[in-house]
Write a protein that binds this ligand. Structure first.
Ligand code: ASP
Ligand code: MG
Length: 403
């Protein structure tokens, strides 16, 4: 007998028909003798709909009441799914945030799960019960309803897996796993069978939106094995666990891209100690995240060019701050927001020499110019012209044997 958390996302429970389908999945797991705790999202689109309703009352709707409103989406799914399971003659029951309770800490709409009571639910599981828990919410120590951030049902599932010490945590969604790159753009993208937490984190922070990154981070911290799989097919999903459990035959696991960066160059900056600090200090004070930085060697020993990248949304603010900065002297500011960031991610890179060279050579063969570079232990990112995005992904996917 295995104790499992099964988490169903919004599209998986997006209609009555789909809720019946999810009930069948749970019944099958339960019939195989497993103890099941299901964590559910609100029906697809529901949370946004509730936010829109709140805005019709007041643009800045009261935060406490917004959490009461938004938490209702998951509660609806809990009851409908429990009802569907009862119809299949299972002993199913919904356990709402205050009934368990799921204790949280922190602000409304951004709380964190810190604990749950387990005895009542464990007893119910012993009696052959199927437990349905709403994702995305909890209650504070003062008994107020809280929510834990958009996409938070993943975090609930991982927290339940940890606190109930389950054997695994399966994330059911509308794709059948994590892919080597975006399958909508590159049809030869392949489903990854096994991936490490840190690779998954790099991929998800770089644009591959399969799971909430903070939930992956928690799973990594407590070593909770995850599996992402499709609600709608029977295919094997992607297993996510520690790097030590994976045999790396390839240096690169996946290619990710994002189009939310912009590049700025300060031309003809004075070349003397402290200049870089003077440029970046006001940016960090304004919470602007600088990603890559390149400083050229000055040819005349007086001035140099400094290029850096930021989030595209911060471009206007960054230009303002630079223009107002009286502590730096430069000739000109140029910028480019039609760029994209392409990254190769792979824990296998650590032990394979020449990955950097192969990436650069591959892009050069396609005459794609590299505008900036950054690296970490398991990731190599370049900034290129946005128009070359698909060609670059295709080329890197082929070069690193992912097709
Ligand atoms: N329903 C919430 C949201 O849409 C939580 C979740 O689905 O994970 O953000
Ligand atoms: Mg989600």
């Amino acid at each position: 007998m295995v104790k499992k958390v099964l988490k169903f996302g919004g599209t998986s429970v997006g209609s009555i028909e789909r809720i019946h389908h999810v009930a069948q999945i749970i019944k099958k797991e339960h019939d195989e003798g497993n103890q099941i705790i299901a964590v559910v999202s609100a029906m697809a689109g529901k949370t946004n709909e509730l936010i829109d309703l709140s805005k019709k009352i007041e643009e800045n709707f009261d935060k406490r009441e917004l959490d009461v409103l938004l938490s209702s989406g998951e509660q609806v799914t809990c009851a409908l799914l429990a009802g569907a399971l009862i119809k299949l003659n299972l002993n199913a029951r919904s356990w709402l945030n205050w009934q368990i309770p799921i204790l949280t800490e922190g602000d409304h709409s951004n709380a964190r799960i810190i604990n749950m009571s387990i005895d009542k639910i464990n007893n119910f599981l012993q009696e052959n019960g199927v437990v349905i828990i709403p994702g995305f919410q909890g209650i504070s120590k003062d008994g107020l309803v809280t929510t834990i951030g958009r996409g938070g049902s993943d975090a609930t599932a991982v927290a339940v897996a940890k606190i109930f010490d389950t054997d695994c945590c399966e994330i059911y969604t509308d794709v059948d796993g994590v892919y080597s790159t975006d399958p909508n753009k590159i049809p030869v993208a392949k489903k990854i069978d096994k991936i490490s937490y840190d690779e998954m984190l790099e991929l998800s922070s770089l644009g591959a939106k399969v799971m909430q990154s903070s939930a992956v981070q928690t799973a990594m911290m407590y070593n909770i094995p995850l599996e992402v799989k499709s609600t709608f097919t029977n295919r094997e999903g992607t297993k996510i666990f520690e790097r030590e459990n994976i045999d790396y035959s390839k240096s690169v696991t996946g290619v990710a891209y994002s189009k939310d960066d912009a590049k700025i160059t300060l031309v003809g900056v004075e070349d003397k100690p402290g200049v870089a600090a003077n440029i970046f200090e006001p940016l960090s004070k304004a919470q602007i995240n600088v990603d890559m930085v390149i400083q050229n060697i000055s040819s005349d020993e007086k001035t140099t060019d400094i290029t850096f990248t930021i989030k595209r949304d911060d471009l206007t603010k960054t230009k303002e701050i630079l223009k107002q900065n009286k502590r730096i002297k430069y000739k000109n500011i140029t910028y480019n927001n039609k760029v994209s960031k392409i990254s190769i991610v792979g824990a296998g890179m650590v032990s394979t020499p020449g990955v950097t060279f192969r990436m650069f050579k591959g892009l050069a063969e396609k005459k794609i110019n590299i505008l900036a570079i950054s690296t970490s232990e398991i990731k190599l990112s370049v900034i290129i012209d946005e128009k070359n995005t698909v060609e670059a992904i295709k080329q890197l996917h082929t070069i690193f044997d992912l097709d």
